[in-house]
Design a protein around this ligand. Structure first.
Ligand code: NAD
Length: 518
């Protein structure tokens, strides 16, 4: 049995707590707290429907309590005034603890999402790297001193925390998406309330314990589990929340931005993508094929930056597609601990059904189904929410299948014959999160990369990212950036401090001496 302080992960990964502790879900003032209703939710692994955890199903009142805790810790707690270097030490310690408890975290993440355990282990490494990056840059940027042109005054531009942050995250990379918000928010001196997806809350629960063990004062980190409309909405609407940072779908992002408008709080949105993967005829064929598969079918397509649009040079289309289909059909699906599996199920049966309907609609609007496109109805795959790698050929940008996210293992294929056409197709999207170009012509690679209206562009690669480099989207893929220095700036206010060290009257108004009437 693994154990992170009070919260335990046993057997298949059930999150439990000691008999006398509340069911985890509402974490406020540094402890697990009884919710208003006592309602709970059972979390099930999408690979087989087995129970993974039972967590609190919080209400708006519970979310209010978490916000009040974060507000108190910001307004009268020590954290905002703690030196940045000391805050960074807490982040570095968090990274160490995540590595110590990697198996526990990876197991919880794999069971909640259904992803392969080995992929969940990579995620935990990336999460630790994010905490380590922000911990490592602590104290390296104290602002700037401005030359006032006058030795009698000092002018400094300094950073201040924004305040209470509402952090709302999705289910595909549950703790990774949370860490991109939590680590910079803490480094900047904020307090926060985290609202994980109601489908995948286990690792967020574990994180609360880890942060306390790392030395974070009670009340700085708060958690509320439950649905978006019930508890997430409180974070966007509350006047006690100063910033809301959201990762998730476009429609939810729009509603959060509207809900946040009345309080004029800061809003950062990381939304979806419909990401082009451009392959020129001169590209290294084996690398382009191999990466075209990983681009779209990694984690069964449940990746915001997935390369869901293959844009391929006409002259190599037939040959390339024949091999791509052969490889896609041989991808092995299976549960988190199936060592032969290469990818896992979709997050839920409801999501699998939505993906299937999306494929059917694509076929109805003229796409040609090359492989996949069915719901498995025999064996183990019929028990979990699996969907096979699916390829739709003969697509064009007027199709819904090319414009809308499926967030599943679905690739659409378009062709081009000139560089200009490839760029035009790749940019013909309301989104702008990520994209790739494959070519052996170095100057063309740079030209195309420079012309793509997407927040991340890979040349002869797909998927790598670094905690030091900004991540985010153009257009409807969101606003603001996560990671890197800009990912920290999102959580900082900028303040100008002017000090006159030799104050003198300015005599702007020539006031008469006291008692003299004019
Ligand atoms: P979602 O929008 O359904 O939910 C995301 C989160 O928002 C969940 O915690 C949910 O409970 C909450 N929520 C729902 N309604 C809300 C409301 N009215 N107010 C406040 N919170 C609310 O998204 P999802 O299905 O969990 O995730 C998939 C989406 O996330 C995809 O569109 C994907 O592209 C996107 N995504 C983007 C990135 C990125 O970095 N740009 C990363 C991962 C996922």
């Amino acid at each position: 049995m693994n154990r992170v302080q009070g919260v335990q992960l046993t057997g298949l990964g059930t999150v439990t707590v000691p008999d006398d502790a509340p069911v985890p879900g509402l974490f406020a003032n540094g402890r697990w707290t009884e919710t208003a209703t006592g309602y709970t939710r059972v979390i099930r692994c999408p690979a087989d429907g087995e129970q993974v955890a039972e967590v609190a199903e919080c209400t708006a009142a519970d979310a209010g309590e978490a916000v009040a805790s974060a507000r108190r810790a910001f307004d009268s707690g020590a954290w905002p005034g703690t030196s940045e270097k000391a805050r960074g030490q807490v982040l570095l310690r968090t990274a160490e603890l995540l590595e110590r408890d990697k198996a526990l975290y990876a197991r919880a993440e794999a069971l909640d999402t259904g992803k392969r355990y080995v992929e969940a282990e990579y995620d935990i490494d990336d999460i630790a790297a994010c905490f380590r990056y922000y911990g490592g840059i602590a104290g390296t940027d104290a602002g700037r001193v401005i030359d006032t042109g006058n030795p009698g005054s000092i002018s400094r531009v300094v950073h201040a925390p924004v305040g209470v942050c509402g952090l709302i995250t999705p289910w595909n990379y549950p703790l990774l998406q949370a860490s991109w918000k939590v680590a910079p928010a803490l480094l900047a001196g904020n307090t926060f309330v985290l609202k994980p997806s109601e489908l995948t809350p286990s690792t967020a629960i574990l994180l609360m314990e880890t942060l306390l063990e790392a030395g974070l004062p009670p009340g700085v980190a708060n958690l509320v589990t439950g649905t978006g409309p019930e508890v997430g909405a409180v974070l966007s609407e509350s006047p006690d929340v100063d910033l809301v940072s959201f990762t998730g779908g476009l429609a939810t992002g729009i509603s959060i931005m509207k809900a946040a408008a009345d309080t004029v709080k800061r809003v950062a949105l990381e939304l979806g993508g419909k990401n082009p993967n451009i392959v020129f005829a001169d590209a290294d064929r084996e690398s382009a094929l191999d990466n075209a598969l990983t681009a779209v079918f990694l984690h069964s397509g449940q990746v915001c930056s997935a390369g869901t649009r293959l844009i391929i040079e006409e002259s190599i289309h037939d040959e390339f597609m024949a091999e791509l289909v052969r490889r896609a059909q041989s991808i092995r699906l299976g549960g988190p601990f199936d060592e032969r599996a290469e990818t896992g199920p979709l997050i839920s049966a409801a999501h699998r059904d939505r993906v299937h309907a999306y494929v059917q609609a694509g076929i109805a609007e003229g796409a040609t189904l090359l492989c996949g496109g069915y719901i498995p109805d025999t064996g183990a795959l019929a028990i979990g929410s699996y969907y096979p790698p699916t390829i739709l050929d003969d697509c064009h940008t007027s199709m819904n299948a090319v414009q809308e996210e499926s967030f599943g293992p679905v690739l659409t294929v378009e062709t081009f014959s000139t560089e200009q056409e490839a760029i035009m197709l790749a940019n013909d999207t309301a989104y702008g999160l990520a994209g790739a170009v494959w070519t052996n012509d170095g100057s063309r690679a740079q030209r195309v990369a420079g012309s793509l209206r997407h927040g991340t562009v890979w040349i002869n690669d797909y998927h790598p990212y670094l905690p030091q480099a900004e991540w985010g989207g153009f257009g409807k893929s969101g606003n603001g950036r996560e990671l890197g220095l800009q990912g920290l700036a999102e959580y900082r206010e900028t303040k100008h401090i002017w000090q006159n060290i030799n104050p003198q009257p300015s005599h702007w108004f020539e006031s008469p001496p006291a008692g003299v009437q004019q």
